[in-house]
Design a protein around this ligand. Structure first.
Ligand SMILES: *Cc1c(COP(=O)(O)O)cnc(C)c1O
Length: 539
């Protein structure tokens, strides 16, 4: 304990700390990175455990035909950001002992992060297991999870860290439980006693509000890969079921679990209702690390309560974004015209091309440039439908070269530029599939107005017409896509466009409200305080 705060080991498959440290893919990693940065900034005792992904996540390139394709350059530069601790640990994968080097990373104003790396010449067999983030499935994924979970606990012991709480962020880390249980069993406890004494110190966060999106593995595969780690089949089955659900296992082993927004907590409780012996699932809404995401010029004017200057600074930042886009694509957008941003994983349920659905309605706005759109986002390498979506947007950009842009290879830099520089941040997932969404929070704090379905964090954040807009009224059911489309058009053409072009004063007030209502409430510090008071160290 430090200042009566428990020391937390935070386990996560990915960390988004900096665009030059390509060991992240998306929202999960950004959250983990922001948590470590807030922990550092506000002196919360926390240590991150992760993997040194040598090739990271896919680098997106767009082909001549407009279709994205995947590319995995080696990220040798990630090694230059980290420090070799000189320590290694060994895990057993299938029939092989695999040596893992432990790197230490703390140069991005983050609480210390230890990264495990199998890329050693003496690893004849599993040397590439830490190459591709989310590049493997089934047995390869299990091997990666052995590295993170079992390797992570061993690294903590090897480094002599004194840990009070083990936080498994998403199911990927759950195999850490096998090692922690084994330690207690080796001390002479029965499985049940080991379980009971361990549970108090385990926290679990779930992120995926679609049941099929939650990873599970057959007990046979887990056994074959060595993931039982000394536990019996009966014990494993009792813990995670058969097939072994990583989320189910996390929910059962933890003392308390959480979803990442109010609504997501509710959705998760309903989804996992039938899991017996699971921990209570509360809601802790995500937050973002302000220093990483919010432009200082905006913070300064916000603190002076100067609405005109907030707007002027935004215009300056918007021009910087337009230059950035011009440099990447050759497109010169117009800084006096409305600019809408949309950046997220290109997955069908996020419906990135919803806005294009009725060409006769939307096209005139795009032709005149009254609405300008900038998109970015990767599809998962295995997701052909997601790639179709990217291709369709690239084609739109070719059709409307002065008003629609697609930025290749969405990363933290693009995320930062867009959520600072556009006027409106559009979000239209098919409710209730968005767990939280943090890009909208970044936008809100920069005075960029959210225009979003009532899903994820926006259910909590939205004051319609005051700090942004909702559309669709949270409707879920038959004809949802069409009803959301008309709702989007209604709000866009009746509220957003007229306010932007005809009521600048109102727009400025809304920018201020957007910042004011999100600044503290959706900050990483608020989130971290809640993790410590409601989960790590309940009073
Ligand atoms: C903020 C951010 C995310 C998370 O945003 P969502 O709203 O969850 O889509 C993902 N990727 C990058 C690069 C980001 O900057």
């Amino acid at each position: 304990m430090t200042n009566n705060k428990p020391h937390v080991a935070y386990f996560c498959m990915e960390y988004g700390l900096d665009e030059n440290m390509r060991i992240y893919s998306g929202g999960l990693g950004i959250l983990a990175g922001d948590i470590l940065k807030a922990a550092k900034e506000f002196s919360y005792p926390m240590t991150g455990i992760g993997i040194m992904w040598r090739k990271g996540y896919t680098k997106q390139l767009i082909g001549q035909d407009g279709r994205p394709f995947d590319n995995y350059p080696i990220n040798e530069n990630i090694y230059s950001h980290a420090v070799d601790t000189g320590e290694t640990v060994e895990v057993r994968i299938k029939d092989t002992n695999v040596k893992l080097k432990i790197w230490k990373l703390d140069k991005f104003n983050n609480a210390t992060l230890y990264l495990l790396d199998a890329n050693l010449p003496e690893n004849k067999k599993y040397r590439t297991v830490t190459d591709h983030l989310y590049g493997g499935f089934n047995e390869k994924r299990i091997a990666q999870e052995i590295v993170l979970g079992i390797g992570g606990v061993k690294a903590i012991r090897k480094l002599g860290l004194s840990i009070d709480i083990y936080h498994f962020n998403e199911g990927h880390a759950v195999l850490a439980g096998t090692e922690l249980l084994k330690e207690k069993i080796n001390d002479g406890l029965s499985f049940e006693k080991a379980w009971n004494s361990l549970s108090d110190n385990i926290i679990f966060t779930t992120h995926t509000p679609v049941k099929e999106g939650n990873e599970s593995h057959s007990l046979d595969s887990l056994k074959k890969m060595g993931a039982f780690n000394g536990l019996s089949r009966e014990q494993m089955q009792k813990w995670g079921g058969s097939p072994f659900g990583m989320t189910v296992a996390g929910l059962r082993l933890a003392r308390i679990s959480n979803g990442v927004a109010k609504l997501h907590g509710q959705t998760s409780r309903a989804m996992w209702k039938s899991v017996d012996g699971r921990s209570p699932i509360i809601s802790i809404t995500n937050g973002v690390h302000r220093k990483s995401w919010v432009d200082e010029r905006i913070i300064k004017e916000y603190q002076q309560n100067d609405l005109n200057e907030i707007s002027n600074k935004h215009q300056e930042i918007k021009k910087e974004l337009i230059d950035f886009i011009g440099g990447k694509t050759g497109t010169n957008l117009d800084s006096d015209k409305l600019l809408i941003g949309f950046a997220r994983r290109a997955a069908p349920y996020k419906r990135p091309n919803l806005i294009f659905s009725k060409p006769d309605v939307i096209n005139p706005y795009l032709e005149s440039g009254k609405i300008q759109l900038v998109f970015s986002g990767k599809a998962h390498p295995m997701d052909d439908k997601g790639k179709d979506i990217v291709a369709s947007i690239v084609h739109k950009a070719r059709e409307f070269p002065h008003s629609v842009v697609f930025l290749e290879d969405y990363n933290m830099e693009i995320g930062r530029m867009l959520t600072r520089g556009v006027d409106v941040w559009l979000n239209n997932p098919r409710k209730p599939l968005e767990a939280s969404g943090t890009s909208g929070m970044k936008a809100a704090m920069n005075g960029v107005l959210n225009l979003s379905i009532l899903d994820g964090w926006w259910v909590e954040g939205c004051e319609h017409g005051i700090n942004g807009w909702q559309f669709g009224d949270g409707y879920v059911g038959e004809g949802q896509d069409e009803s959301d489309l008309y709702a989007l058009y209604r709000v866009l053409f009746n509220d957003v466009v007229p306010t932007y072009y005809e009521n600048k004063d109102r727009w400025k007030e809304m920018m201020f409200e957007s910042i004011d209502s999100s600044y503290e409430r959706f900050s990483a510090l608020t989130m971290l305080q809640r993790y410590y008071s409601e989960m790590y160290n309940p009073q």
